[in-house]
Design a protein around this ligand. Structure first.
Ligand SMILES: [Zn+2]
Length: 417
């Protein structure tokens, strides 16, 4: 196993390195180490795990990966998809997001290399994951987050016993603090941009699983909620390994309030520039890429090479997609998680994706992560003063007289008395 630079192809030893010492480029794991045997019952480690870790005793698993790929006929009908639409449900990972795959692998490699602790800059989800896996591995953890991270994410990080550091400003500020702690103290930086090659490498398991679950059908399109974009790379790499002949087109989905990659794509630029202050409620993809614009450019390259798209969606469309996912299929997503479905609705409507296409939307994070957004959503709440009125409630429920069909009607839960 060694590390290779994606830009200049320089070869580096398989240590905990975060950038090419020659050109500053992104490093990736080449010929990854393989476990001598799969770890029984352990999600992504139970498949043919070549995930950069050679010693099974170093793997501190919580069962990450091996997530379901759901058929979603009611959601498809609601957004006008007439082909085969599937949801890859990453909300069911142990801490509620796909980050568990990357962090589990990066923490295992950190243990194998004997590093003293874990540091992670995070908009919330990777931090929760790093805190959980550090606890599982018995390592100390420092999690650095922007001050405006949703309360549920902060609560989850703190619950796992990590040291939580809040910094003023947006995600990129937290990122810089994480770099310093890793550089000065030798902690393993498991920040889930393209920084940690072992973490990024593990995201290929998403591509592997989708390919295996589609039973030989390669989807026409896969839509990926995208901050810096390592999950885009994971899907590309997974399909490259499983299906060299035919590959899906990728859509990198961003929020209109923070869309550096989509902006570059729309204007035909091949270099991604940093975004200003983010103005979206989708915290998981609220990454302006300040100081690591190169990550965005790498993601843009991958999207273009796949024949795909990078698009930005409005918060209102994301809110609508959250309601549809929950109310038509029972899948509770945070805003970032539902952004892929919001983008699909837009792309079907304007014809950029054909209605009969085979499509997979990645839903990346659980709705429990950001309950404030849900509390503000219209809900169907009735108060029952007289038990005799229950009959009429059942009648109207059976007749479909509920707010279950979308984000309109009913009243927000917080206003209910
Ligand atoms: Zn290089």
């Amino acid at each position: 196993m060694h590390l290779a630079c994606v830009d200049c192809a320089a070869r580096h030893p398989a240590e905990m390195l975060y950038a090419c010492s020659r050109c500053g480029g992104i490093l990736e794991v080449a010929d990854p180490a393989r476990l001598p045997r799969p770890i029984a019952g352990a999600g992504m480690w139970a498949a043919d795990a070549a995930l950069g870790v050679a010693d099974p005793a170093m793997v501190a698993t919580l069962g990450e990966g091996a997530t379901p790929l759901h058929r979603v006929p009611r959601l498809a009908a609601a957004i006008g998809a007439a082909g085969d639409l599937r949801i890859k449900d990453e909300t069911v990972n142990p801490t509620g997001s796909f980050k568990d795959r990357a962090v589990a692998a990066a923490v295992a490699r950190a243990r194998e290399l004997g590093l003293p602790g874990i540091v992670c800059a995070s908009s919330g989800n990777a931090g929760a994951s790093a805190a959980a896996y550090a606890a599982r591995a018995g390592l100390p953890a420092i999690i650095v987050v922007p001050a405006r991270t949703p309360a549920e994410k902060l609560t989850q990080i703190a619950a796992y016993g990590a040291r939580l550091v809040q910094v003023e400003g947006h995600y990129s500020k937290a990122y810089d603090v994480g770099l310093e702690i890793a550089r000065r103290h030798g902690f393993a930086n498991v920040t889930t941009t393209y920084l940690n090659p072992y973490g990024v490498d593990a995201l290929k398991t998403v591509g592997h699983e989708v390919f295996d679950q589609m039973e030989g059908t390669v989807p026409d399109w896969i839509l990926v909620p995208t901050g810096a974009g390592p999950l885009v790379k994971g899907v590309v790499q997974g399909f490259r390994e499983r299906s060299p002949g035919r590959r899906p087109r990728l859509v990198a989905v961003q929020a209109e309030g923070c869309a550096p990659i989509a902006r570059a794509f729309a204007s035909g630029e091949r270099e991604v520039r940093a975004w200003g202050p983010p103005t979206t409620f989708a915290s998981g993809i609220s990454d302006p890429l300040v100081g690591y614009e190169r990550d965005g450019t790498h993601t843009l390259d991958l999207v273009i090479a796949s024949g795909g798209l990078a698009v930005a969606v409005e918060d209102a469309a994301i809110r609508q997609a959250m309601a549809l996912l929950a109310r038509s299929e029972g899948i509770l997503a945070e805003p970032t998680g539902a952004s892929s479905v919001a983008a699909l609705a837009v792309l079907l409507a304007d014809g950029r994706i054909a209605r009969d296409a085979t499509v997979v939307c990645l839903v990346t994070g659980h709705g429990f992560k950001d309950l404030k957004v849900w509390r503000d959503m219209p809900a169907d709440i009735r108060h029952l003063a007289d038990p005799a009125d229950a009959d009429r409630l059942v009648e109207t429920t059976l007749a479909g007289g509920t707010a279950a069909s979308g984000a309109t009607g009913g009243q927000p839960l917080r206003d209910a008395s």
